[in-house]
Design a protein around this ligand. Structure first.
Ligand SMILES: [Zn+2]
Length: 262
């Protein structure tokens, strides 16, 4: 693990987990498009400390996926390499969070449409699910709340944890209402955020402003501080307008960090 920090970055507790290989074009879909992450990296690099992750092992991936899915992805060497590295990035962010260090996994491919044995919607491995399940298996957490702020419903995550009451999945799309979600899960000991930004007014969804992402970050950060000692991590899902992705991710993370104290 490599941590780079400067005095200005020291203003924020939140760390960004990123690997240069995430910039590689591993598929022909909008999530894998050339340059998609560049604006986000540029927006975050001078503000937050960056951490370099390792790839997830097959053992990690098999915590939530059937062997057939892992083998299927493996047939494409580049895709498997980047997808395993994305899951590893989420695991790193989750480990930081479990130690009380808020973190954002700036990763791709996204993961919330990947179920136990199937995947679609530009996803291959379910990064957030792998990371949460790994913390559960190692005993670092008992109960987790996954909040999905992507435009789309994370059917893969919902399916993976359908029979696991200790891990609750909530998609905010449409109502963007957090109060009821928080009221029902005040006993969780980690919050994971499937952080898609495709609901923005200038992205596919046309709903949320940049300020809305800041507010979402503040609300989630405050809840995590009050319920589980600030144990919270987020991982990138969707978001496709390169002109606004950087400022939206930064607004969300600043909101999250603001409530978690320096
Ligand atoms: Zn989406």
């Amino acid at each position: 693990m490599v941590v780079t920090a400067t005095t200005t970055k020291g203003m924020y507790r939140l760390k960004v987990v990123f690997h240069e290989d995430y910039r590689k074009v591993y598929a022909a879909d909008p999530a894998a498009a050339a340059g998609r992450l560049d604006g986000i990296v540029a927006a975050l690099r001078d503000t937050f400390a960056f951490v370099t992750p390792r790839p997830a092992s097959d053992e990690d991936l098999l915590l939530v996926h059937h062997p057939e899915l892992v083998e299927r992805v493996k047939r494409n060497t580049l895709l498997y390499k980047i997808a395993a590295l994305a899951a590893g990035g989420a695991i790193e962010a989750a480990h930081l969070a479990a130690r009380g260090e808020p973190a954002f996994a700036l990763i791709r491919p996204p993961g919330h449409h990947a179920g136990p044995a199937s995947c679609w919607g530009f996803c291959w491995f379910n990064n957030v699910a792998v990371a949460v399940e790994k913390l559960r298996q190692t005993g670092e957490i008992q109960k987790a709340l996954i909040i999905d702020i992507d435009l789309h419903y994370g059917d893969g995550t919902a399916k993976i944890f359908a029979a696991t009451p200790q891990v609750m999945y909530h998609h905010l799309g449409g109502t963007w209402e957090l109060a009821r979600v928080f009221a029902n899960h005040a006993d969780c000991d980690l919050v994971a955020v499937s952080a898609g930004f495709d609901a923005h007014v200038d992205d596919w969804g046309g709903m949320l402003t940049t300020q809305d992402y800041h507010t979402l970050g503040e609300k989630i950060g405050r809840f995590a501080r009050n319920t589980c000692g600030g144990r919270v991590f987020a991982a990138l899902e969707g978001g496709y307008n390169r002109d606004v992705l950087g400022k939206n991710v930064k607004a969300f993370l600043k909101g999250l960090d603001a409530e978690l104290g320096s």
